[in-house]
Write a protein that binds this ligand. Sequence first.
Ligand SMILES: C[S@@+](CC[C@H](N)C(=O)[O-])C[C@H]1O[C@@H](n2cnc3c(N)ncnc32)[C@H](O)[C@@H]1O
Length: 242
Amino acid sequence: MSGRYKELEYWDSRYEEEERLLTGGHEWFGAYQDFAHLVRRELRPGTRGLVLGCGTSSLSAELHKEGLRPLVSIDYSTACIKEMAQRNVNVPDMSWMVMDAQHLEFPDGTFDLVIEKGTLDAMMVDERDPWRVTQDTVTLVDQVLSEVSRVLAPSGCFISITFSPPHFRSRHYAQLRYDWSVSCDSYGRDFHYFLYTMRKGGQLTSLDLERGHSLYRSHVDLEHAPILLDCDDEDFLNNIQI
Ligand SMILES: C[S@@+](CC[C@H](N)C(=O)[O-])C[C@H]1O[C@@H](n2cnc3c(N)ncnc32)[C@H](O)[C@@H]1O
């Protein structure tokens, strides 16, 4: 597995290349229609939305069609935001901002729905052992989740779409400090992906709490962790399952 997916320089040059070759974007974890039924149940008239690490995915456009207004999409890659802003220049109530998901520049309680697809996975790509995540990654993910919790309005929800199953991923989400409940659905036919829904103000179950505690019980023993090989395969996320 390559750590390139964690680096801003990688994403900038990838999006610049896509624009130069007019190849369009890569859609991570399937098309919107594959999981639209799971997102729609969270939509109300006037839902204010934020997409984290939007890339060149069609997700923002699909959510805008669903009626999310306003809809803000952020990514830390300037190349991708420039491209997406150009493509959607005349679309009302849709904005594109270069921003790091670890430091969201919005006041508390700004959004009813925050959604990410593959962004946290890209941040965790360096991990060698999904059972024992390094302190650096725990801190990085916590920084993003704390920011998401802060910008969510009461009863708002955070949707996270990933390849990572509950025994690896739920423990990151199941922390009392975020003040939300955690639930998980899966979608896909041959391949299954996971869509986590965190509702602000909701309660964690005892299983969630146990999983949440396990994040801090695990320790990292890098010497004995398996080393995954470098690969350029777009399916790199399939290998990590964090
Ligand atoms: C695997 S891609 C997913 C793109 C898009 N969400 C999709 O579904 O196709 C990960 C995206 O997260 C962005 N990203 C990674 N770390 C980020 C950070 N700290 N802040 C904002 N965006 C980030 C990358 O630039 C890239 O566009």
